[in-house]
Write a protein that binds this ligand. Structure first.
Ligand SMILES: CC(C)(COP(=O)(O)OP(=O)(O)OC[C@H]1O[C@@H](n2cnc3c(N)ncnc32)[C@H](O)[C@@H]1OP(=O)(O)O)[C@@H](O)C(=O)NCCC(=O)NCCS
Length: 131
């Protein structure tokens, strides 16, 4: 099966900044989760499920600070698939107005595919996909 990946970008605004003047780590993790959600959406096309939820966010590493006015460009790639779960690697590159893109954050995420049952609850459900 060909590699499934997705790109996603965010611009760093004043609301995203912490007390030392760099991007707040929790904001970066929220964006990483969204990048993972985008590749999940793509990966699950055609599967008999309603979507996927985040089960784990592992090995988050903040490698470089990110600054106000940078673009952050995420690449999310499916790197493994189980029965209901699948694993995603996310790389986040920060890009300043006058600097080359630099690897700012990496993370591994496990998502689980879910489907709504008769009681209206979302239950883990095999996605039938491979990687
Ligand atoms: C996701 C959820 C439905 C899974 O239900 P569950 O009964 O806990 O399921 P399991 O523990 O059997 O795990 C389901 C899959 O995840 C995998 N998994 C569970 N914990 C894991 C971990 N720590 N690391 C890697 N994989 C893990 C299991 O191996 C299994 O994979 P498989 O079906 O491919 O073999 C449930 O845990 C849940 O609703 N969690 C909250 C999700 C949420 O609110 N996320 C934030 C908002 S998106």
């Amino acid at each position: 099966m060909p590699t499934v990946s997705a790109k996603y970008s965010q611009f760093v605004m004043p609301d995203h900044i912490n007390v030392v003047g760099t991007l707040f780590g929790g904001q970066m993790i929220a964006w990483v989760d969204l990048a993972a959600a985008k590749v999940s959406h793509r990966f699950l096309k055609g599967a008999d499920v309603d979507g996927a939820v985040t089960r784990t966010i592992d090995k988050v590493e903040f490698k470089q600070p990110v600054y106000l006015g940078d673009w952050v460009n995420f690449t999310a790639t499916i790197i493994g698939a189980g029965k209901t779960s699948f694993k995603i690697k996310v790389d986040a590159y920060a890009e300043g107005r006058n600097s080359e893109p630099r690897l700012a954050c990496i993370a591994t995420i496990v998502m689980v595919s879910v489907k709504k049952d008769e009681d209206g609850n979302y239950k883990k459900t095999p996605h039938g996909k491979s990687c």
